[in-house]
Structures are given as C-alpha cells and as structure tokens.
Design a protein around this ligand. Structure first.
Ligand SMILES: [Zn+2]
Length: 387
C-alpha cells in the first residue's frame, strides 16, 4: 500500500530511464504519459476506453473540482476514484496554475480575476463570479478530500512579467511549499483507518531563468518529498527549450525520486524530449483537445545515427482530418497504431465525415486514437530503454 519508486534501468546514451512507481491504487510503469481529466473525466473517454488505450494513471484538477461539484461533495460520494469510476492511480494538480493564470493582466500587472498575496489567493469563480480564498493549507485539504494518490503543492505559476516578478513568485512558491508540507504531514499522521496515504510532490519554478531555476531546485529538492515536479517548462516551448529547462537543474535532483514534467506532450516530439531529458511522468491536455479540433497524430519513431527521432509525413506529426483530401480515403488513421479506432478499421473518410457532421462519435474515436498514440510512443521508448 505504500508509495515507492524504483529505477529499473537507465539508458546509456540519454538520461532516459525506466522504472516502477507504486501507489495505493496500483503500479505505474515509467516513463508514463498521463491523460488529463480536468473536471473528473478525460473528455469523451470512459474509464474502459482509457484502460484499453493503455492509460495507467490519470489527472484531475483540484481547482475545478473544488468549484464544482465541490471537494466535500466528492468526499461524501466516496472520493474521486469512486466518483469517476477509475480504480487506478490518480494525480490531482493543485490549481496553482489555474489561479495564477486566470486573470487577464491589466497594464499595471494586476490580475483582474485573482489577487495573490503572501498568505494565499483571492479569486472570483469563472462559473458564477463568487469570491473565494485559498491558502496553501486549504489546497492540501481539498486534495485530501478528493483522495488522489499523488497531490501537488500549491504554487504560483511564473507569470510573464519579467525576472523580478519571476523571483518574487518563486520565493512565494517556496514559502507556500513549507506550509503545504506541514499540513500534509499532519494529515498523513492523523489519517483515519482505511484512508490511503498520499504522496506530495513539490514544484520547481523560476521561469525562463537558469539562476532562478537552480535556486528553486536547491530549495525544493532538500525537502525530501516523494517526488519532484518541474513547472512551466512546457507551455509555448520547443522540445529543445524543455530539455534545457531540465538540464539546468538536473545535477541538483535526487535520482531515486520520480521526476514529473508538468504539461509536456503537445506533439510526439515533446514526448521524446521529455523522456530523454529524464522525466518519469508527464501530462498534457493537448492530445484530446487536438483530437476534437480535427488533428490526429500520425508517424513513427526512427533510429538514425543512434538517436531516436519522431518522423511523420505531416507537419507537427498530425493530419487535419477536416481536410478534403481525406473525403474518399479508405485507410485507417494509421495502419499499425493498435488503438480501437484503427484496429476496428474506421476509415479516414468516415472520420472526416463524422468530424464535418459534428457527430459525437467522432470525439470518442479521435480521442481514443490520440491518447493511445502518445501512450504507445511512451511504451516503445520504455522498451528501448529496457533493451
Ligand atoms: Zn489509432
């Protein structure tokens, strides 16, 4: 029942590694791609669809679930696992990113929807405009009520407001981490009989500044938490920039803990970069979001000059199924994909038609393909590491 992480094998050429993460709801073979179920559902997919696609662990978001239906309601209904019908490992994000990126910023830099001070965040709900206040301690309690296996400390995602602000946000995130750890330890020690333990991960911030990133790692790593996350290393960044963000702090990490690269996995190339840079866990909403927009992944890994690269005849490794060229295309999305949609032989022409007609089935079939695609890519790379 305890939480543990074992590295099984390291790649000789890169920092990639294969391991096993044990949680109270089962084992996770790493590296692992985690589909995102922000509101307690991975959009258009049932838990059985996710299992069939090879998903081992999925994400929920504490901020959205706190606002609706409420963490206390979910607790009364038996916790998030039972509520959403997912019996495997579950991770909840703290909502720090949502709260600190909610506001469109005014010229004076103040966020309109949320106000951050040293004690916490005051914000208006995007649902009904009601005012809420959350402290780092509250966010730990919310995540305890939800009951995920892995929970995240409340952080202030580094806003694009220059280095001085990035430093301020980072220092605040560090003070919040101390408070989060205290509350988490208290709750772990006093948890009732039968309640599962939860693993708290701390988040390295510091924006796009090497010295701040290193300072953040020097603070977060010695807290000796069950896992370490790197925040803000993905959105709007190229695979090379993501690698660089990890490189900056890599020598400061403790390598017997899982490393979680937050928000990585928009494109197949990002998955290769994340794994090669040493990440054990990563997550992204993009595969399902892109699927709904008509973008379906296509391509494969090729070994060239002892380097793995993702190659595709389509730009960014995805086809736009809405394109007229697919109107009479009998082929499945990708012959050797192995997802339900491709095995069952649904043609590109049929998916093109469903997409154009906005048929609900399209969203399910397309999401199954994209999620399975990212998971399969991760599985192939894991096998390469093990061999
Ligand atoms: Zn497929």
């Amino acid at each position: 029942m305890k939480f543990s992480f074992t590295v099984t094998r390291k790649d000789s050429r890169t920092r990639a590694r294969a391991g096993v993460l044990r949680t109270p709801h089962g084992k996770v073979q790493t590296p692992v791609f985690m589909p995102v179920g922000t509101m307690g559902a991975v959009k258009a997919l049932s838990p059985d669809d996710l299992k069939a696609a090879g998903a081992q662990i999925i994400l929920g978001n504490a901020y959205y679930l706190y606002l609706r239906p409420g963490d206390v309601a979910i607790q009364k209904l038996g916790g998030l696992h039972r509520f959403m019908g997912w019996d495997g490992p579950l991770l909840t994000d703290s909502g720090g990113y949502q709260v600190s990126s909610l506001g469109s910023f005014r010229e004076d830099g103040e966020s309109i929807l949320s106000r951050i001070d040293d004690d916490g965040v005051t914000f208006r709900s995007h649902l009904d405009g009601s005012e809420h206040r959350l402290t780092p301690e509250d966010v730990i309690v919310i995540q305890r009520n939800l009951g995920a296996d892995i929970i995240m400390a409340f952080d202030e995602a580094t806003p694009p407001r220059g280095k001085r602000y990035a430093q301020k946000a980072m220092e605040r995130t560090h003070r919040w981490l101390k408070r989060s750890i205290e509350r988490w330890r208290e709750l772990q020690e006093n948890r009732g009989r039968g309640a599962s333990p939860q693993a708290l991960f701390g988040i390295i911030q510091g924006g796009n500044y090497k010295d701040l990133r290193r300072e953040s790692a020097e603070f977060v790593v010695p807290q000796d938490l069950p896992g370490i996350a790197i925040g803000g290393a993905s959105i709007g960044k190229s695979p090379d920039e993501t690698r660089e963000n990890v490189d900056w702090v890599y020598d400061l990490l403790v390598h017997d803990r899982p490393l979680y690269l937050m928000g990585v996995g928009v494109n197949p190339q990002d998955v290769v970069a994340a794994i090669e840079s040493g990440a054990d866990l990563f997550d992204c909403v993009a595969p399902t979001r892109l699927a709904r927009m008509g973008h379906l992944y296509f391509g494969k890994l090729q070994l060239a000059k002892r380097k793995w690269a993702f190659e595709s005849e389509f730009r960014k490794g995805r086809m736009n199924i809405g394109n007229a060229r697919f109107r009479l295309d009998k082929k499945p999305i990708q012959e050797d994909c192995g997802c339900y949609t491709c095995i069952r032989g649904f043609s590109r022409a049929y998916l093109h038609h469903l997409f154009k007609s906005r048929e609900l089935l399209y969203y399910r079939l397309a999401s199954i393909h994209n999620v399975r695609f990212m998971i399969r890519l991760t599985e192939v790379l894991r096998k390469v590491i093990l061999e």
